[in-house]
Design a binder for this molecule. Structure first.
Ligand code: NDP
Length: 493
């Protein structure tokens, strides 16, 4: 491989030309139109309206989806209430668990189809939806199925009881995974749900509705209604809802918090983030470079816990940035259905505009930009992996959530300095620390104000592990035992 500026380079086998390896679309059956899933049936919307869902990699229409209005939301909440009162809360927990196991197994059986649809509808590389999203979705249902009849062990002597009907609103970055994070713990603890997926990525949630129907889950236990922000707002404001579980932007999270204050509705809010990924000079640098790439470019950077602020200790700053640029050049940006693709399509035109807006802001603020030289498709919503050096702590690209493949890099000298910089953010969702020293890891994890701190790794998820934030990243935890707590009240309290 040719060297740049006569400096040492990491040697990657980039000379190898990859033949296209597209995943087959034949397993993905996408109907021309999808209705709302209410009370165990697919029903036409009262609104009589439908909206298109497109493939962000081609801009081609995939299907049209029903738009739920307030009357549809009301129907769904009533179905959920009736299922709660008459069936689900009365059912022995062991029986509830059997249904959830069945759903988990059916997700595994249809994993290929779900992965392909997730990629077509959302733009993420097939490798990620196949190897990350869908396995985690099945694992979440398996994990919470196991808890269904063991709540007395989860919360000894506290007589945990369900809350009632949960209204759940999810974003577009991990569509089916977010649905699983919301639905599995809620129904395992005896609640019923009305879930609203994001407008741009409703298809896999509707496929999940088909699975739920096939699994013979009692009608009304899970209702899936599609639509945009107004549908979400109608769900939040419905008086029949006992709990709101929301994942999305801090801006909408604040609106929801405002809307439910004084209503007695419980809430968990999983909001934005601006994670610090910290590289100390004693870190295994090559592994750290992989961790930086995974931290910010996984899922096109559409990750609330993305390592979007990189802090590198001054003595290894040049080395890390050089290796990072070299590694960036090897990333393949393009067709999400190609198994070689590292970075797929940005989820929507609106989000691409948002990312490009921040790239311009970064340049205007005096940041030194590096983008990879790879070609990107001329149709579809694509963005080259982008990094900025010469970034100030106060710059907007280092303070605000971009939600795209854009990394802001700064240097630091001491532990104290980097702790202060890392915590100097309105968010507090996640962080990463790369060092050889266990004592340094413990020191950092204690002082970083973040719900999750990864050490010598990044973006690791497991159903058994709680996830959630501090400050403007929201409150409440999803996953693990903590995730059950969000859906129960204690009769003995
Ligand atoms: P939103 O927060 O608007 O969307 C999240 C979910 O909330 C979607 O289902 C959305 O519906 C719904 N929603 C929108 N408005 C309301 C409302 N008033 N009441 C109830 N529900 C509502 O995120 P966006 O998709 O608009 O993305 C904007 C920015 O938010 C991104 O650029 C990114 O920075 C951030 N974001 C952060 C996420 C995270 O996990 N931290 C996830 C997604 C976005 P619909 O999509 O159908 O309009």
């Amino acid at each position: 491989m040719a060297t740049r500026n006569n400096t040492l380079k990491l040697k990657f086998d980039t000379a190898r030309n990859y033949a296209p390896a597209p995943e087959s679309k034949s397993s993905a059956i996408i109907a021309e139109r999808y209705e709302l899933f209410i009370d165990g049936k697919f029903v036409k919307p009262e609104s009589k309206k439908y909206f298109d869902t497109i493939n962000p990699a081609t801009e081609g229409k995939l299907s049209e989806i029903a738009e739920a209005n307030a009357a549809d939301v009301d129907k769904a909440v009533k179905a959920a209430r009736s299922a709660y009162d008459t069936t689900w809360k009365k059912m022995p927990a062991k029986e509830r668990g059997k249904y959830i196991y069945r759903i988990a197994r059916m997700i595994q059986e249809r994993a290929r189809e779900l992965a392909v649809i997730e990629t077509l509808d959302g733009g993420k590389p097939i490798r990620e939806s196949r190897d990350f999203d869908i396995p985690i979705v099945a694992n979440h249902f398996f994990y919470y199925a196991g808890w269904a009849d063991k709540l007395e062990y989860a919360f000894p002597n506290r007589n945990a009881q369900p809350l009632g009907v949960a209204g759940q609103i999810i974003p577009w970055n991990f569509p089916l995974m977010m649905a699983a994070w919301k639905i599995a713990p809620a129904i395992a603890t005896g609640n019923t749900v009305v879930l609203k997926p994001a407008e741009t990525t409703s298809l896999t949630a509707l496929k999940l509705a088909e699975i739920i129907q096939e699994a013979d889950l009692p009608p009304g236990v899970v209702n899936i209604i599609t639509g945009a922000g107004d549908t979400g707002a109608a769900l939040v404001n419905h008086p029949g809802i006992n709990k709101i579980a929301f994942t999305g932007s801090t801006e909408v999270g604040k609106k929801i918090q405002h809307a439910i204050s004084g209503t007695g509705k419980k809430a968990t809010l999983e909001l934005g983030g601006k994670a610090a990924n910290i590289i100390f000079d004693d870190a295994p640098i090559d592994q750290a470079v992989e961790g930086i790439i995974n931290g910010i470019f996984f899922n096109q950077g559409h990750v609330c816990c993305a390592g979007s602020r990189l802090y590198v200790q001054e003595s290894v700053f040049n080395e890390v940035v050089r290796k990072l640029k070299d590694r960036l050049e090897t990333l393949i940006v393009g067709d999400p259905m190609d198994k070689n693709t590292d970075i797929g399509a940005i989820n929507s035109k609106q989000q691409l505009d948002q990312v490009n807006k921040y790239i311009k802001i970064g340049q205007k603020e005096g940041g030194e930009m590096f983008q990879t030289s790879c070609s990107i498709p001329s149709t579809g919503f694509f963005c080259r992996p982008t990094i900025f050096t010469n970034v100030a702590q106060s710059s907007r690209i280092s303070q605000e959530e971009i939600f795209g493949p854009v990394l802001a890099i700064q240097s630091f000298r001491t532990d104290e300095e980097v702790i202060e910089k890392a915590n100097n953010t309105p968010y507090g969702l996640s962080a990463g620390v790369w060092t050889d020293k266990g004592s340094k890891i413990f020191n950092m994890t204690q002082q970083l104000r973040a719900g999750v701190v990864w050490a010598n790794t990044f973006n690791q998820f497991d159903p058994t592990s709680p996830f959630g934030g501090y400050k403007e990243s929201g409150y409440g935890r999803e996953g693990g035992l903590h995730g059950l707590m969000s859906y129960v009240k204690f009769a003995n309290a």
